[in-house]
Design a protein around this ligand. Structure first.
Ligand code: SF4
Length: 303
């Protein structure tokens, strides 16, 4: 894929995938004119091409702009903005929603994280660092539009900014920290609008994210948090750094009933927060890749 100046040629092929845990998902592929451009030679080349394609899509794609202008806010009266209460028992990382999707025992440990110490898992930390580097060193530098209405314009781009939301009677506060959040002025052929996109990047293939669904509720929560913060409706974008990922990126917008599924999960987190003993896991959780494997009595090789 060349680094030639951007043109108005459509860069993204968008395919609606269906409903995924409170969200409607769209697969994003390079359009025909860019097909074959992503793989490149080696991982470095792939990451470069991926960033260039995504930036072109965000700034120019009419297909993406059309979906973004249709996005409404994730309005949940039970969710309000927080301020970041340090050290409170009721202050939890939004990643607890991933834990809850994977294993409720794990979510219990995270909800009592001042009592239970997690272990480090090097490849998870490395994946996070690669995601941050992709955003800062590859994607953001390409998100610059010429001064013409043919292009969408980035009004604001934040990396790892914290947003706080408060939920429920005890006032549980969730710390939302998306890899990036963009506020974009969209110049679609039909509509003008301002929208936000929260971006999550990791090594995991998009099809695994869609099959396990474990990251989707957290992305929805980020969409609610950024809507409360910026006052514009948000979509979620998951980007995989794996050259084998099919599709390379997925866009999420909230389903009309998506908020209800999210609030049910938040109610379950409050139940775990108030519980004194960890519940037994259901099914076959991935214990060998769990940050609490060292302390969990339910770890599968202990049973
Ligand atoms: S070790 Fe297994 S059962 Fe225990 S919290 Fe982790 S994933 Fe769940």
């Amino acid at each position: 894929m060349s680094s030639s100046p951007m043109t108005s040629q459509e860069t993204m092929y968008v395919r609606r995938l269906g409903e995924y845990y409170g969200a409607t998902a769209y697969a994003l592929y390079p359009s025909r004119s860019m097909l074959g451009g992503l793989p490149g030679a080696g991982l470095q080349s792939y990451v470069n091409n991926l960033a260039e394609w995504l930036a072109k899509g965000i700034l120019l794609s009419q297909s993406l702009s059309k979906i973004l202008t249709s996005v409404g806010p994730l309005l949940l009266p039970e969710i309000r903005s927080g301020i970041g209460r340090k050290g409170s028992k009721y202050s939890l990382p939004a990643r607890i929603l991933d834990d809850l999707m994977i294993c409720r025992t794990r979510a219990f440990f995270t909800s009592h994280r001042r009592k239970y110490v997690s272990r480090r898992i090097a490849d998870m930390e490395d994946s996070e660092k690669r995601g941050e580097s992709f955003i800062k060193s590859y994607l953001f530098s390409r998100l610059k539009s010429p001064e013409t209405e043919e292009f969408n314009h980035i009004l604001r781009a934040d990396v790892k900014k914290k947003y706080y939301i408060v939920y429920g009677d005890p006032g549980m506060e969730l710390i939302c920290e998306p890899d990036a959040a963009l506020v974009i002025k969209i110049y679609s052929r039909i509509l003008r609008a301002i929208r936000a996109i929260v971006v999550e990047v990791s090594d995991t293939d998009s099809n695994i994210i869609l099959a396990r669904r474990h990251v989707i509720p957290r992305i929805l929560l980020y969409m609610a948090a950024t809507y409360l913060h910026y006052g514009v409706a948000s979509a979620g974008l998951y980007v995989s750094l794996s050259p084998k990922s099919d599709p390379p990126a997925v866009l999420f917008i909230q389903k009309r009933t998506g908020g209800r599924e999210l609030t049910k999960m938040l109610d379950r987190v409050i139940e775990l927060l108030e519980a004194s003993q960890p519940p037994a896991p259901r099914g076959e959780p991935p214990c060998n890749h769990c940050v609490y494997a060292g302390i969990c009595i339910f770890r599968r090789d202990h049973i």
